[in-house]
Design a protein around this ligand. Structure first.
Ligand SMILES: Nc1nc2c(ncn2[C@@H]2O[C@H](COP(=O)(O)OP(=O)(O)OP(=O)(O)O)[C@@H](O)[C@H]2O)c(=O)[nH]1
Ligand SMILES: [Mg+2]
Length: 260
């Protein structure tokens, strides 16, 4: 590959990065993402972080045309931020879209490997802690059990293939994201990750997992709570219930003769 082609290798790939109080992390993670995927676009979706993350992102965007910032009025939860960010990236013509956390839990080193299966027939790639070679670092027993148990519960109840359903490090082919029926998403919270993989799967998406080792955040505050876990269990049961009542999702991924 020529130097010029290498510099544009990931043109059309958008990384959507939701932030809430990530002032210590945003600059470094943004630089690492642009390094890992030369030519990609980075969209920071900030919910008016009180610590000024949005202002830092604006400053970065002013000196780097590949960075843009979507400012939202207030904290509405991760799912809502993603829906807005995905819509913006799709409207801008993204071919493939990556979602990830800004706190270094999702190492940018994995990005090329996460995107690669999209070139070989996958519609959705999940960065997976619970597939061979994947794992978590620095987590206590309770958090391991909750996370793994949550994925297993959703996998069995909704009869899904992937082993990691609660993680938020994923790469989407445009068509797969377009097939997600956003008005069916119940949650603005963390169970959003389960719901989107569920909706894509029912729409016929080819879903694959690539192993990642998840690192706990080093700086900034955690937003995990008991209510998040309760909500996840309730939403999974509700999805299955709707399906059993014949009110499940109906969208199907549009397939043309082309390669997208
Ligand atoms: N825009 C936006 N981003 C959010 C919101 N909640 C969380 N985030 C971001 O979403 C990503 C994941 O959130 P985290 O707080 O790291 O969640 P977690 O990984 O489950 O928990 P910890 O790492 O333990 O804090 C991070 O980049 C957050 O800054 C929100 O309401 N709006
Ligand atoms: Mg985190």
């Amino acid at each position: 590959m020529t130097e010029q082609a290498e510099a544009l290798r990931y043109a059309g790939t958008w990384v959507v990065l939701p932030t809430y109080d990530e002032a210590e992390n945003i600059e470094g993670i943004a630089a690492a993402i642009l390094d890992a995927l030369p030519g990609c676009d980075l969209l920071v979706v900030d919910d008016s972080s009180p610590d000024g993350t949005g202002d830092i992102a604006d400053r970065l965007a002013a000196s780097e045309p590949r960075i843009s910032v979507l400012h939202r009025a207030g904290k509405e939860g991760l799912g809502k931020a993603y829906i807005d960010g995905f819509r913006t990236a799709l409207e801008a013509g993204a071919r493939q879209i990556v979602q990830m956390d800004a706190d270094w839990s999702h190492s940018p080193d994995y990005l090329p490997g996460l995107v690669a299966p999209l070139e070989h027939g996958a519609d959705l790639v999940i960065g997976s802690r619970y597939t061979r070679g994947g794992g978590v670092r620095d987590w206590g027993l309770l958090r391991r059990v909750v996370s793994r148990g949550g994925s297993l519960f959703a996998r069995v109840v909704l009869r899904l293939g992937p082993h990691d359903l609660t993680g938020g490090f994923k790469a989407w082919r445009r068509k797969a994201l377009e097939a997600v029926e956003w008005d069916r998403v119940h949650s603005g919270g963390y169970v959003f990750q389960i719901e989107t993989t569920y909706l894509a799967t029912r729409a016929g998406a080819v879903v694959t997992e690539v192993p990642i080792v998840f690192k706990d955040r080093e700086v900034g505050t955690s937003k995990m709570s008991k209510s998040i876990i309760g909500e996840a269990l309730a939403v999974v049961l509700q999805l299955r219930w709707e399906e059993l009542r014949g009110r499940g999702p109906t969208a199907v991924i549009a397939r043309d003769a082309g390669t997208d």
